[in-house]
Design a protein around this ligand. Structure first.
Ligand code: ADP
Ligand code: MG
Length: 636
């Protein structure tokens, strides 16, 4: 007997305890979902075994017909769900069902309020998987034998769902896992063949493995001799047991699509929409691609595990996060089933495979098509989509050059026209509203919507009725570096370089400007001298109407947010000084002209610079100095 063989009692991780308590004591309107969770886990376990067997056929040990079996004992009040999948070792059991690794569940726990009513309402929105057994059971026993391990190295896990569980090494003849639920007194309805079959039909028909149950005994007729007969119950398959995606679209109900999605995506909510395609011809494959209703929790995590499930001729091969969908569509969940790949396909093969590349590019087009359709037919749903996934979609033009224009059409932005932080305006809509003679798509970037919206740079655009995109997502500056134009119109940052409003400037304005430049030449020179450490140039501007000053970047300088992001990422970005532009029409600037006091002039110059920085949403290098200067000014 190994050292580990003795029986031990272990404490659940604190989060698990919290979850269990909530689960048991919350009023669950949908108790039956525990069965879906267990079947889903059993099916996953079989998929994992199949994947492991790709590299090592021996692991089947002669038993390669994977299946799930469900039976109950009315007297003992137990319900048992068995599979001959991968099983769990002692360590794996502790890791998988003694702790919470699932990041969705963790997030859920973080969001708990302590208010039982609210919390129990929320629980339905998160995957609670295995623990849902305790809704209907007051004790759960798990017997599991990891594939490849000896019969006497199996493990027994048992818990009453309170604070702890026990572990024991046992013997188990067959590979895989038995989950034995000791059904609570009030939940005996689940010890019923018809009830169980109905639940399986509702939630697990799409599972491609056969789910078997003992056949109900035939009614025995009077004259039949049954005395000495040993009744060996026959099993019957109780689900459809055919891959959902392989069935004809017309025969699949929406609910079935939903349940299948929940299973593969480990999501508790139905998807937003999906696209199911059978492709025939030189390359035959089927794809079923879903857009989730909400952003998956791990969308921004490097080692996220979910994505597209790859099948070959109905056999599960692997979960793939890299080869079948580009990164900017990493929220897509679904299945791709190819008839042309070899069954022993490995990750290495996927890397440079023509079949895969073709499937990927066709699938991307399918998803883009699905989104285009949604944008056209259901603006409300599209708005929800954009809120959840717009930020990720913005990686598109950078990653997927070939589809750049199509992706850009799907973008939505906040603009000066809508007056709202919601991103609802498409580039096409923007172009449709462009003023006659307008050649460019104007935008401004900032680190918040409010500072973009109130930027002094917008003043002249407001005056002339020109719409400006307000970009305030972190990725936006990066995006505009790659999306330089759209439908022949270039994107122009209004806070960069010389402002050339082309046909929107009339001759009079130009003359007035030239005159102002002449009048204020002395001031400009002097200010440049005073601000030599802060700015590389001071000049007269006509982009301001209300503000005295603003900061502008040189046309080839990196945007301020971009600089911050790069520095935060540890990159060595040389500081680039902005240009200070002053409004010749502003009272404060006019006063500067006749200012004799040099010290006062210097203070005012600094204040004008610092205020421009603040108005941009930027940070002052020396806020205390700014405050002192303003106070001095107020005191005079
Ligand atoms: P999830 O399925 O979302 O990972 P669960 O709570 O349903 O979360 O299951 C937790 C983990 O326990 C699974 O990821 C798996 O590793 C393990 N597990 C559960 N049931 C089985 C089973 N029948 N066979 C093998 N492993 C299982
Ligand atoms: Mg599960």
């Amino acid at each position: 007997m190994s050292v580990e063989a003795y029986k031990e009692t272990l404490e659940f991780q604190a989060e698990v305890k919290q979850l269990l308590k909530l689960m048991i004591h919350s009023l669950y309107s949908n108790k039956e979902i525990f069965l879906r969770e267990l079947v889903s886990n059993a099916s996953d376990a079989c998929d994992k075994l199949r994947f492991e067997a790709l590299g090592n056929d021996d692991i089947y040990g002669g038993d390669s017909e994977l299946k799930i079996h469900i039976e109950f004992d009315k007297e003992a009040k137990t319900l048992t769900i068995s599979d001959n999948g991968i099983g769990m070792s002692r360590e794996e059991i502790v890791d998988n069902i003694g702790t919470i690794a699932n990041s969705g569940t963790k997030k859920y726990l973080d969001s708990l309020t302590g208010d039982q009513m609210k919390d129990s309402h929320m629980i339905g929105q998160f995957g609670v998987g295995f623990y849902s057994t305790f809704i209907v059971a007051d004790k759960v026993t798990v017997k599991s034998r990891r594939a490849g391990q000896a019969a006497d190295q199996a493990v027994l896990w048992e818990s009453e769902g309170e604070g702890s569980y026990t572990l024991e090494t046992i013997e188990k003849d067959a590979r895989g896992t038995d989950i034995i639920l000791h059904i609570r007194e009030a939940e005996e309805e689940f010890l019923d063949s018809w009830r169980l079959k109905t639940i399986i039909h509702t939630y697990s028909d799409h599972i491609s493995l056969p789910i078997t149950m003992p056949k109900d005994p035939e009614p025995v007729s009077e004259d039949e001799e049954t005395k000495d007969e040993v009744v060996v119950p026959e099993n019957e398959v109780v689900n459809k047991a055919s891959a959902l995606w392989a069935r004809a679209k017309s025969e699949i109900k929406d609910e079935e699509y939903h349940e299948f999605y929940k299973h593969i995506a480990h999501d508790f909510e139905a998807p937003m929409t999906w696209s199911h395609n059978k492709v025939e011809g030189s390359q035959a494959y089927t794809s079923l691609l879903y857009i989730p209703a909400k952003a998956p929790f791990d969308m921004y995590e490097r080692d996220r595990k979910q994505g597209i499930k790859l099948y070959v001729k109905r056999v599960f091969i692997m979960d793939d996060t890299d080869h079948l969908m580009p990164q900017y569509l990493r929220f897509i969940r679904g299945v791709i089933d190819s008839d042309d790949l070899p069954l022993n396909v490995s990750r290495e093969i996927l890397q440079h495979n023509k079949v895969i590349d073709k499937i990927k590019s066709a699938s991307v087009k399918k998803v883009l098509g699905l989104l285009e359709k949604m944008a056209k037919n259901d603006a409300e749903q599209y708005a929800t989509f954009w809120k959840a996934f717009g930020n990720v979609m913005k990686e598109g033009p950078i990653e997927d050059f070939a589809n750049k224009e199509r992706i850009a059409k799907l973008f939505r932005f906040a603009t000066t026209e809508t007056g709202s932080a919601e991103q609802t305006v498409s580039l096409e809509e923007y172009i449709g509203r462009m003023k006659e003679g307008q050649e460019q798509i104007y935008y401004i970037t900032s680190d918040s919507h409010v500072s973009a919206k109130n930027s002094p740079h917008l003043e002249v655009f407001k005056g002339k009725g020109l719409e400006v995109l307000l970009l305030s997502d972190r990725i936006d500056e990066w995006l505009v570096q790659h999306l330089m134009d759209f439908e022949g119109k270039s994107l122009q940052n209004i806070a960069k370089g010389d402002l050339d409003l082309g046909s929107f400037e009339d001759e009079e304005e130009k003359k007035a400007q030239e005159k102002a430049e002449g009048d204020l030449k002395g001031i400009v020179e002097l200010m440049k001298e005073k601000l030599v450490d802060k700015t590389k140039e001071v000049r007269i501007t006509h982009r301001l109407t209300d503000s005295p000053s603003c900061l502008v970047l040189d046309s080839n300088d990196m945007g301020m947010q971009m600089q911050q992001i790069m520095r935060a990422a540890g990159q060595d970005v040389p500081p680039s000084q902005p240009i200070l532009e002053i409004n010749p029409e502003h009272k404060l600037i006019k006063q500067l002209k006749d200012m004799a006091d040099q010290e006062k002039f210097e203070n005012w110059s600094h204040i004008l610079f610092d205020q421009a920085m603040l108005a941009e949403g930027g940070q002052l290098e020396d806020p205390a100095a700014y405050v002192k200067r303003v106070n001095d000014m107020l005191n005079t």
